[in-house]
Design a protein around this ligand. Structure first.
Ligand SMILES: [Cu+2]
Length: 227
């Protein structure tokens, strides 16, 4: 009797595994690189291409997906996000981004499910970004790239970040209170009140080192180095 129970369970598991291969692959879709990225230099734009596969199965590449990419610097936690764009090949997507500092960058392709609000993270191999002798000041306008600063109820992690002139910085309020960003020296007026879940973004154009704070909570401070 015991043997029969075990074998029924094994059969059931096999059927489940067959019907839901995504359960083993980590979700309903995952991203895979089309080719390994070339060597990446801090401050220089680079492009990576990827496909999105249903349940990770080769040959089940999905067209027309909405994707975005999040890069996170391992040491500082600095985040850069970019929107995935279509290419001539409908199953291939690409993203162009500039990572401002050298070191290891973790990154993930976020695949948005058009049937629901669910998005799935598909982590990719860590990128090793090398130092550059002469940082590029140019920034591809309209590439959809932004450096993300989190607003919590106690600060602006990462409280110090380095960007290239002309880049966009987005402050995302992940706290439970409303906050503001005040940074006259950065060339923009104090932000409106940023409610929880809201974001505020600015293009930073002037090179220099700038401190900013949250006027209602002046203990919340951060600084941005613009090169
Ligand atoms: Cu605040």
């Amino acid at each position: 009797m015991r043997v029969k129970v075990v074998s029924c369970f094994a059969l059931f598991s096999l059927i489940v595994a067959f019907l839901m291969p995504g359960a083993a692959a980590g979700g309903w879709a995952s991203a895979a690189l089309v080719e390994d990225p070339d060597s990446i230099t801090a401050g220089k734009p680079f492009t990576v291409r990827y496909v999105v596969r249903a349940h990770g199965i080769v040959g089940h590449e999905l067209e027309g997906m909405r994707t975005s990419v999040q890069f996170t610097h391992r040491e500082t936690g600095q985040r850069v996000e970019a929107i995935g764009k279509d290419t001539a090949n409908p199953t291939v997507y690409e993203v162009t981004a500039t990572l401002p500092i050298s070191g290891g960058w973790k990154w993930t392709v976020v695949i948005h499910n058009f049937l629901s609000d669910q998005a799935i993270d598909s982590p990719m191999p860590t990128l090793n970004v090398t130092e550059t002798g002469q940082p590029a000041t140019g920034f591809a306008q309209g590439s959809g790239m932004t450096t993300v600063v989190t607003i919590t109820d106690s600060g602006f992690p990462p409280s110090s970040l380095q960007i290239q002139a002309g880049e966009v910085v987005t402050w995302v309020n992940e706290g439970r209170m409303a906050h503001q960003v005040a940074a006259d020296a950065l060339g923009f007026e104090t932000s409106p009140t940023i409610q929880p879940g809201e974001a505020f973004f600015q293009t930073i154009v002037k090179p220099g080192t700038y401190d900013y704070l949250c006027p209602p909570h002046p203990f919340m401070t951060g600084s941005i180095v613009v090169t």
